[in-house]
Structure formats: C-alpha cells, structure tokens
Ligand binder design. Structure first.
Ligand code: HSE
Length: 399
C-alpha cells in the first residue's frame, strides 16, 4: 500500500520515522507493507531520506491511483480542508492529526468518507498518542457517556507543573516552555485554551453524535494564573490544572475549558508535565482513565500510524463514526455549579454580606483576602463578584 504524507513538519516527519522504525511489525499488523510514496510540502528537504519523494502540488497525490492512504499533518483548516476533501473524493482514505480541521469540518468529512466508502480517521487529534477517539467510537459504545474531563494540552500542563514545583511566574515559565519547544513562538492557542477547546468539542461531538461548535464552549486559558495563585493552591492542598470538561445534564450537554483547583484525591491531580489524561464516566462502565504522552513528535505519530494500520485492515469498509452535522446547542454554562476560590480586596463583613458562608484561606497575599464560596452557579457567582467589585482573581474548585 502506498501512503502519502501531507506536511513534513514535526508530526509528518514523525509518521515517516515510525513507519520506518517499526516497518515489519506494522506490515504484519496491517496485513501488507506500507510505503511512503509522496511527501507534500512547500519546502524541499535535501539530504533527507524522503528528498526524492517530495512533491509541491497535492494534485500529484490526488491523481495517483497507487496511493490509497493519505496522512494530513499540515495543521490549520485551510488548505488542509480542500486537500483532504479532494483526497476523499478521489477514493483515498485519510488520517489526520489536525484538531482545528476535525473540530470545524469533522462531521462533513466523516459524511463524505461514508459516501465514498473510505475512512476519515483522527485518533491523533486529541490526546496525542493516547487512544481516546477509537475507545469512544468502538469500545465504550454500551454506555451513555455522562462526563469527560481531560487535561488535553501538554504545553499548559507543563507550565502549570513548573509554576507549582518552582514557584515561578507565568512569563518565565512560558519562556522556558518555548525554549524547550513545547510552546510555539505564538503560544496563544495553547495558553488561551483554544487548543483544549477544540479537543473537548471533538470529544463531545463523538459522545453526543452531533456537531458541537467549539465557539459555543466557554473557554478560559491560564494567562491569568500567577505565582500567588499557586501559593493559595498550596495552602488549600490543591493543584491548578487546565481542565476541558463536558457533562451530560438534564437538558443536554454542557462544556467548559478553564483552570480548576484539584484536590489530592482527584483522578487528574497527579498528571504532570507534558502528559495528558482523559477521565471518562459512563453510566454502566463507571470510571475510566486514559493517560499518557499527549503531545510530541513520536507519540502523535504513533496514533497517526495506528490509524493507517486500521485503515489498511478496512480498505473496503467504511467504519461508521456517529457524528452528524446537525448542530447540538450546548446548555448554557452559566448554570454550571462549583465552589469558587476568590481573591479580593475586601473585608470579611463585605464578603459575608454578599457571599454568606465562605471559608477563608490560610494564605493571604498583602492587601487581599482569599476565600472559597459555597457551591453556586456560574451566573450567581458572576452577580455576587460584580456586587463585591474588588475581585482580583477567581479559580473554580473541582469538587
Ligand atoms: N500544542 C498541543 C499541546 C499539541 O501542547 O498539547 C498537541 O495537540
């Protein structure tokens, strides 16, 4: 089977490497040898083993009947969307690591793949090398999935771990993450939570079988987290983690991405550094956890190549994926209930008058006071915080 790789960046070159490192076992599992015939990229790669396979026009791949499987590791929605669509229309199977593409165009590309009796797979788009898409699609099908809560962004998890362990400020840790190649030069997508938001949109779409638009998900990144917040977290015996969460509620599904304060007994408390973990609760299964390398070249390539093997085993079959383009209107996250940890320039009388019963933290930064509210809705909290008027920071408590 001939394979084409579109995009020879970190993940694309990792895919070529994995196909080479594990050539024999992959061929055995796929039931056929897999050979990279083309690498599509704007650049040339003189001296690289694939230098003679580089093409600059994606139509070369579209027109070659020998290519049955196409890997998309370009990133971004355009032109990846155009290229993938044409590959599917030409009867080629596609696997992608591109969460932006999957979150926005997943339903359409799944429908197109079904129409053309090929497969569109995207295991690597969430959780890097951790299996989560296939488990949701194939293994947990007996369940109503009632909750998915994940640490699905390695960069921010590394940064929060470093802030926790070394007491550093956000900007210093960001520079360190960039120097290590975890955070990109423009780190916005990671630190503002946009990457995690797309990933939870994909997982929620798979769970409910409908299109969940990432724009509808309330998203807060980690840019406001400071070394002082970490000191408060320590005093509370908790750790701050960026969680991407969706829950089945009475009237549908509710989703959110935000930093949370996790207690020591929370299943995601010990997920550190660039690791990812996804906690799933099913109504008959109970709890399950998927943990591992959630980002990086070879872990992500491992998931892409696993898709290639799965495709090779199903060359004549479209594996059904339940994700229709019918939009699911999420329930307003203003109704989500938590306890809230709050930092404010206020005195206890003012706080008690507005928030009633609160628990004060042992830690207090100069000139401010820290407290944890009772359980209340996002909307109630917002109204009370506005009334108090002197809130300098808030982080949600994960139970
Ligand atoms: N920027 C992403 C992360 C890469 O840090 O998790 C994997 O999707």
């Amino acid at each position: 089977m001939k394979v084409a790789v579109m995009g020879y960046g970190t993940i694309g070159s990792g895919v070529v490497e994995v196909l080479d490192i594990n050539r024999d076992s992959i061929a055995r599992r796929a039931g056929m040898p897999l050979e990279v015939k083309y690498v599509l990229d704007l650049r040339d790669f003189p001296g690289d083993p694939i230098e003679n396979k580089v093409v600059h026009d994606y139509k070369t791949i579209v027109k070659d009947p020998e290519v049955g499987i196409v890997v998309e590791t370009m990133g971004g929605v355009d032109p990846a969307y155009t290229f993938v669509k044409e590959m599917l229309c030409a009867g080629k199977h596609v696997t992608t690591s591109n969460k932006a593409l999957v979150a926005e165009k997943g339903a359409e590309l799944i429908a197109l793949a079904k129409e053309k009796q090929v497969n569109f797979m995207f295991e690597a788009s969430v959780g890097g090398g951790i299996p989560i898409i296939r488990p949701l699609n194939s293994c947990l099908t007996a369940d109503e999935i009632e909750e998915i809560t994940g640490i699905v962004n390695g960069t921010t998890n590394y940064m929060l771990t470093k802030m926790t362990e070394e007491g550093l400020e956000f900007d210093d840790v960001l520079k360190d993450a960039q120097a290590r190649g975890y955070a990109e030069k423009d780190p916005t997508a990671d630190i503002e939570g946009y990457d995690a938001c797309r990933k939870i949109a994909i997982l929620t779409s798979l769970v409910c079988g409908q299109q969940v638009d990432f724009e509808d998900i309330y998203t807060e990144g980690i840019t406001k987290i400071t070394a002082a917040d970490i000191r408060y977290a320590d005093a509370l015996g908790r750790r701050i983690k960026l969680l991407a969460q969706s829950r089945k509620v009475k009237d549908g599904y509710v989703a959110m991405v935000a930093p949370f304060l996790l207690p020591e007994n929370h299943p995601l408390y010990s997920v550190n550094d660039v690791f990812n973990a996804i906690f799933v609760h099913g109504n008959v299964l109970g709890d399950a956890m998927f943990y591992g390398s959630g980002a990086g070249k070879l872990p992500t390539a491992s998931a892409v190549v696993a898709d290639i093997v799965e495709i090779a085993k199903h060359m004549d079959t479209n594996i059904a994926v339940e994700w229709s383009s019918q939009k699911l209107q999420l329930v307003d996250s203003a109704g989500m209930e938590h306890r809230f940890f709050v930092r404010a320039h206020a005195n206890r009388d003012e706080i008690a008058q507005i928030f009633s019963a609160v628990t004060y933290t042992a830690e207090a930064e100069p000139g401010e006071i820290g407290f944890v509210t009772e359980r209340m809705s996002e909307a109630d909290y917002a109204a009370k915080a506005a009334e108090l008027g002197t809130v300098v920071g808030m982080i949600r408590m994960a139970d």
